[in-house]
Design a protein around this ligand. Structure first.
Ligand SMILES: [Zn+2]
Length: 283
């Protein structure tokens, strides 16, 4: 599933290849892709035809392009891709929406094999689309305030990993990056948030930022081509993972075998020595 670095890579691609161009026509090839559009596919297409895409923005895992005062909002779901390419290339069976442009240049295709992703037009949503206004800023937005987050974390009375995954506190962090950031900050995932001190919170936020920057740098290498691409199975950061998916393998810092614990129907990976379990754990 795409996490923030992958979605940011797509945003940069859209900014580069699509922003500043005028949409000629929009074909919705599968109505499920616009299921959040109140009046359906016809409304979606007519709201965009003839208008120009002004900027590509992101909050957490949501992307939007401003279209005048409105927004074209996208969530990639599990397997969504936004692909830019020559307009006469064959249309794959997984293409859900196709945008052509009045300059007759490369088109934009939303493909989504598993159809969990979607797009919709949000009126007056250019600055921040209403459907995602409840989502907290992610660590790369100008609106992100580390002091506010630190205060809210300490007031939460939950486990630190659960808090990191709560999109109303901070957005864009998924299971993989949460485990990696906690390992780097030497914090156990079940540490009660109210027991974190200021330096520990700063260390954790710095670790989150570092990991995103590193993942973005790797995501950027495959990005010279015309194609704007998120691969749902995306594994390009795998080689750098320190704990996630490494049960029983040696900790890269101390050599202790990495431990896996069940967590919210998924798993948490940690080093028992670098990240000692707190006496009073909050799961
Ligand atoms: Zn260790």
């Amino acid at each position: 599933m795409p996490e923030l670095p992958e979605v940011e890579t797509v945003r940069q691609g859209l900014q580069c290849h699509v922003v500043g161009r005028t949409i000629e026509a929009v074909s919705v090839l599968h109505p499920r892709a616009v299921r959040r559009q109140p009046a359906g596919p016809a409304e979606f297409s007519s709201a965009l035809a003839g208008r120009s895409l002004d900027s590509a923005r992101r909050r957490g895992k949501y992307l939007w392009m401003s279209v005048g005062e409105d927004a074209l909002l996208a969530h990639l779901g599990m397997s969504g891709q936004l692909l830019v390419g020559e307009p006469d290339r064959p249309i794959s069976p997984h293409v859900r929406i196709r945008f052509t442009f009045s300059d007759s240049g490369p088109d934009l295709r939303f493909t989504d094999q598993r159809t969990f992703g979607h797009m919709c037009v949000v009126r007056d949503g250019a600055e921040l689309p209403a459907p995602i206004a409840h989502i907290a800023p992610d660590p790369f937005e100008p609106a992100f305030d580390a002091d506010v987050l630190a205060r809210r974390l300490r007031g939460r009375r939950t486990g630190i990993k659960r808090a990191l995954l709560d999109q109303s506190l901070v957005s864009g962090i998924g299971n993989i990056y949460a485990d990696e950031a906690l390992w780097r900050a030497r914090l156990h995932w079940a540490r009660p948030t109210e027991t974190l001190n200021g330096p520990e919170v700063s260390r954790l936020l710095e670790a989150v930022r570092q990991i995103f920057v590193e993942a973005l740098a790797v995501g950027g290498t495959s990005f010279d081509s015309l194609y704007v691409n998120v691969n749902g199975e995306s594994g390009y950061f795998d080689r750098s993972l320190a704990v996630y998916g490494r049960e029983g393998q040696e900790c890269r810092a101390c050599g202790t075998p990495i431990r896996r614990d069940p967590f919210m129907n998924r798993s948490s990976y940690s080093c028992p020595r670098c990240q000692p379990r707190p006496r009073r754990a909050r799961l």
